[in-house]
Ligand binder design. Structure first.
Ligand SMILES: [Zn+2]
Length: 146
């Protein structure tokens, strides 16, 4: 399970494994307070370089929980804000801003977003309104079908 936590991204990149990761008080699955450190895992966030993220293992339910910076959508490497910025520029200019992210990746995002808007909201909203509305509904706007 992923546990989101507020983070100073620059410190996370510079300190690496020495970053003062917070320790969850209880397991999010069984609420046990017996969480053991389970090492680090290398993840690529923001497409720049790998960063180590802390993991904990629950002694009682044996599940492994990874700490992930808040604001990163599940199954994505970019922050929610970065995705929204690309979406806004696409709607504003009618073209993709490819300075930090490929056109193909953005097309993938917007196709998923369009599909989720039609699925959860309906046909009557634009991409930006749909993105915000899906977030307020607690859904991942770029969620892929299973
Ligand atoms: Zn547990």
């Amino acid at each position: 399970m992923i546990i989101y936590f507020p983070v100073v991204i620059k410190q996370l990149f510079t300190l690496g494994k020495d970053y003062p990761f917070p320790r969850p008080a209880v397991c999010p699955c069984c609420e046990s307070n017996r969480l053991w450190s389970h090492g680090y895992v290398l993840r690529y966030l923001f497409y720049t370089q790998g960063v180590y993220l802390k993991r904990y293992r629950c002694v009682d339910c044996c599940r492994v929980h990874m700490l992930k910076p808040k604001g990163i959508l599940s199954h994505h490497q970019s922050s929610c804000l970065e995705i929204f910025r690309h979406l806004y520029l696409y709607v504003l200019n009618g073209s993709y801003d490819t300075t930090h992210c490929s056109r193909q990746r953005q097309r993938h995002w917007f196709k998923s977003l369009d599909r989720n808007i039609r699925l959860y909201i309906g046909f009557s909203v634009d991409l930006i309104t749909g993105f915000e509305r899906l977030l307020t509904m607690g859904l991942n706007p770029l969620r892929r079908p299973k």
